[in-house]
Design a protein around this ligand. Structure first.
Ligand code: SF4
Length: 424
């Protein structure tokens, strides 16, 4: 057992066999991350440079967005003759400038690339440079790719944050920087806990206002809050930041381990760590006990989708007693998920990448009690009598930290309870 009561497996990290698969995959593209990024960065606008398909995705795949204050849009490029590429550039500039003239509240404009061939031929970095030449410092234009060819849906956030990294001011001050988009309610809770631990100053990337970029430097401790921001993490490390390795703050034990790792790195004493974290852990464990009754011993299969799979598998097995059949992840980034990986039971199959048909055959053969998968797979599997949980819901919902431990468990319990009610 380690300090927070998490059982360590006997396996060395690199000794675990990984089933690597390549083939058809079923994952949303990086544009999807605009759904939660636009809510977080209140002075930013995300202009997708794409096709009608892209517009349809961001408007309707996440239906919640149509009720939101629009801070996203699509510059639609059609089958125009790309011999006139200069015209396309002029058209993009015209759309961006007229948007900014209409919306003086926009302080950061993200140009988000996509995969239609018309867009691939456009140099969005050059477009951002061109627009910055006229717009800076009132508005900053940044570009990144959300293309389905290059990105899965959570990689959109990674690339957006990576694109911000060169713009962060430099600092030598000692500070903690939390990396990853968190709902404001979670960020506020985390700030209160860091305060109680005596840790400060603490900054978050992304901040609530894209304009308020945190600083970074050699005395910055970098604490990832989302496992899918590996590129952004490495860009910040290149700026001098020192990463803190820990399991992710999911559940009672994961949250304790995460805050404890930060506290230790910041030199907080044992007595303070226990005084602050133990009551929070105890309360979260009480919330989890209720769900353990439903979930302990139930078999779960994670399809590769959000990159949250390894930390969530750690949570459901260590804290809810669920049995892991297969834990699939689109990419196994050991730097990002190593601490959670070390805590997975040895019997769980770990797979990286996807060959959809082969993986579905394994699901059908295993018939797990619950399959965590993308939206497109949920209905067909439900039709075969299998219970599913949309992985994207685990990204949208506030699930980090002690206060959300019960809500996170509820997301796994709900499909099983629904099935039990239908069967009664
Ligand atoms: Fe647009 Fe490509 Fe995403 Fe489809 S996969 S919505 S074409 S970026």
């Amino acid at each position: 057992m380690n300090d927070v009561g998490l059982p360590r497996t006997a396996l060395l990290r690199d000794a675990r066999p990984v089933l690597r698969e390549r083939g058809q995959r079923e994952v949303f593209c990086g544009l999807t991350s605009i759904v939660w990024l636009h809510r977080k960065m209140q002075d930013a606008f995300f202009l997708v440079v794409g096709s009608r398909t892209c517009a349809h995705l961001i408007q309707s795949a996440a239906g919640v967005m149509i009720f939101a204050e629009p801070r996203f849009g699509t510059a639609i490029l059609t089958d125009r003759d790309l011999a006139g590429l200069a015209d396309v550039n002029a058209e993009l500039d015209r759309i961006a400038l007229s948007l900014l003239a209409r919306r003086p509240d926009i302080r950061t404009l993200f140009l988000v690339g996509s995969c239609p061939s018309e867009v691939i031929k456009l140099d969005l970095a050059k477009a951002a440079e061109r627009l910055n030449a006229t717009l800076l410092p009132r508005v900053r234009v940044i570009n990144y790719s959300g293309s389905g060819i290059e990105t899965t849906f959570t990689q959109g956030e990674d690339l957006a944050l990576k694109a911000l990294t060169p713009l962060l001011p430099a600092t030598d001050a000692r500070q903690l920087l939390v990396l990853g988009c968190l709902p404001d309610i979670v960020e506020d809770q985390f700030r209160r806990i860091f305060d109680a631990l005596g840790i400060g100053p603490v900054a978050f990337l992304p901040a609530r206002h894209a304009q308020e970029l945190p600083a970074v430097g050699a005395n910055t401790l970098l604490l990832p809050a989302q496992p899918f921001n590996g590129e952004a993490l490495r860009a910040l490390v290149a700026r001098g930041a020192v990463p803190v390795a820990a399991p992710y703050p999911f559940g009672a034990l994961g949250s304790t381990a995460w805050f404890e790792a930060a506290a230790r790195a910041c030199g907080v004493d044992r007595v303070t760590i226990d005084r602050v974290l133990q009551p929070l852990q105890a309360r979260a464990m009480t919330a989890l006990a209720h769900y353990r009754q439903t979930l302990a011993g139930r078999r779960i299969f994670f399809m590769p989708d959000s990159q949250l799979e390894v930390p969530l598998a750690r949570f459901v097995s260590a804290e809810l007693g669920m049995e892991l059949t297969e834990v699939g992840t689109p990419f196994l980034d050991r730097q990002m998920v190593g601490a959670d990986l070390d805590l997975l039971p040895a019997a769980a199959t770990l797979s990286e990448g996807q060959h959809l048909e082969q993986q579905l055959e394994r699901v059908r053969a295993l018939r797990p009690d619950l399959t965590v998968c993308g939206l497109g797979l949920a209905n067909p599997l439900e039709a075969e009598g299998l219970s599913t949980k949309w992985s994207i819901e685990l990204v949208f919902s506030p699930v980090h930290g002690f206060d959300q431990a019960g809500d996170l468990a509820e997301l796994f319990a709900r499909p099983l309870n629904r099935k039990a009610r239908l069967a009664a």
